[in-house]
Design a protein around this ligand. Structure first.
Ligand SMILES: C[S@@+](CC[C@H](N)C(=O)[O-])C[C@H]1O[C@@H](n2cnc3c(N)ncnc32)[C@H](O)[C@@H]1O
Ligand code: SF4
Length: 388
């Protein structure tokens, strides 16, 4: 085993509730019942359960006092929680795992759950980055996507985020929507750019199994249209100062998501909350352990029940593929030493697939740094299969 190097530690916190289930969404999200017009989310009970879950992880991995580099509060719809609940959650996390000086704390927000003052409340609670799920600015598309907000609310949420006191904000957009034209997709991007976000996540709509769209598929654009949207959209973003640093992630200079970068560079993260995934490396034994937490809020909130649902040590022969599946999403060149620093394995294990990918023009190399070529991005699945 070669020498492992301690990677940054991140924390993912899952909030599992949404107002409505969107027909394309396969994330672990559950609609909540309303009673007497009041929202019915047991947020303080959930914060208590999250902290218990965190304490168990800290004991399990013996990492009390290790510095945290980023937190991502995702969902579901975390913006359904009150700023007070988020403040209490963050305060208790930092009592256990201190924050680094350049700590990034992202919170996902749905434009339909934002009223004036809520974003600045999140900023006061310690959130440094808001990620707003806009998806589209076109009314007909928002209806088709089952979104709970309209165009006006999407525009308003972005304006509120800009003035809330957070350091940066991201907009989530999707393209390749039912009956979407190239012009429609580019118009969504233009409107997003005009709002001045620091980061844009621009996903192509995929039909996921076990969703309402899977049982009743909408009419999606032809492959040729999808390709033109991809090409012209990426160019439009580039012309407006955004660098594509990952398959679907575009940022202004120095505004990448530190949290997601840590995933893709094969760093460590704890995952707490319903269905959350974690990955932690033991520097002494070289073992990489993955955890998954209880998925349903009812089970997760049962006091007698442990939050852990599944735990396994990743087999060594799975690590080349796992490492590449993450790293090759990124556009950056990476030092090949990162493989041994994060897995403890010799880089010579990669010699054969790396040279095959080089010959096929899917990867390029210079001074022990490797990078995916444009051809490699186009045929990413073929490239990844070489590491299986
Ligand atoms: C974890 S979701 C949560 C965001 C937040 N709940 C919202 O919808 O406003 C993060 C993002 O993934 C994207 N997404 C979700 N399902 C998708 C799908 N089937 N295809 C492509 N992108 C998807 C959406 O852009 C969404 O904003
Ligand atoms: S609001 Fe977000 S997490 Fe909730 S169902 Fe819709 S896409 Fe999924």
């Amino acid at each position: 085993m070669t020498l492992l190097v301690q990677q940054p530690l991140s924390l993912y916190i899952h909030i599992p509730w949404c107002v409505e289930k969107c027909p394309y969404c396969d994330f672990n999200s559950h609609t909540f019942r309303k009673s007497n017009g009041q929202q019915d989310i047991p947020e303080m009970d959930y914060v208590d359960a999250l902290i218990k879950d965190l304490d168990d992880d800290i004991d399990r991995f013996n990492i009390a006092g290790r510095t945290l580099h980023s937190i991502f509060i995702g969902g579901g719809t975390p913006s359904l929680f009150s700023p007070e609940a988020i403040a209490s959650l963050l305060e208790q996390v930092y009592q256990r795992l201190p924050a680094s000086d350049d700590m990034e704390v992202t919170l996902e927000a749905n434009p339909g759950t934002v009223e004036a003052g809520k974003f600045s409340g999140f900023a006061d609670a310690g959130v440094t980055r808001l990620s707003i799920g806009v998806q589209s600015f076109a009314s007909d598309k928002l209806i088709k996507l089952g979104r709970i907000h309209d165009t006006e609310q999407a525009l308003n949420a972005a304006a509120l985020a800009k003035n809330s006191g957070v350091k940066s904000f991201n907009l989530d957009l999707m393209h390749g929507l039912p009956n979407q034209s190239v012009e429609g997709a580019l118009d969504d991007l233009q409107q997003a750019i005009a709002l001045g976000p620091d980061h844009l996540s621009w996903y192509q709509l995929t039909i996921e199994p076990n969703t309402a769209f899977a049982s009743k598929p909408p009419k999606l654009p032809q492959d040729e249209t999808l390709w033109t949207i991809q090409e012209q959209g990426s160019q439009l973003l580039k012309d407006n100062g955004f660098t594509q640093y990952e398959i679907s992630a575009f940022s202004q200079p120095n505004k990448q998501s530190a949290h997601n970068l840590n995933y893709w560079r094969f760093g460590d993260y704890l995952g707490i909350g319903c269905g959350a995934h974690g990955k932690v490396t033991n520097l002494h034994t070289g073992e990489i352990t993955r955890t998954i937490k209880v998925k349903h809020p009812k089970g997760y909130l049962t006091p007698a029940r442990a939050a852990l649902d599944h735990i396994n040590v990743v087999q060594k022969d799975e690590l080349p593929f796992e490492f590449m599946m993450n790293q090759l999403r990124l556009r950056e060149a990476f030092p090949i030493s990162r493989f041994s620093e994060t897995t403890g394995l010799e880089t010579k294990l990669l010699d054969k697939p790396l040279s095959q990918a080089l010959i096929k023009g899917l990867l390029s190399t210079s001074h022990d740094n490797w990078q995916v070529t444009p051809l490699g991005h186009r045929y990413l699945n073929d490239l990844l299969e070489m590491f299986l």
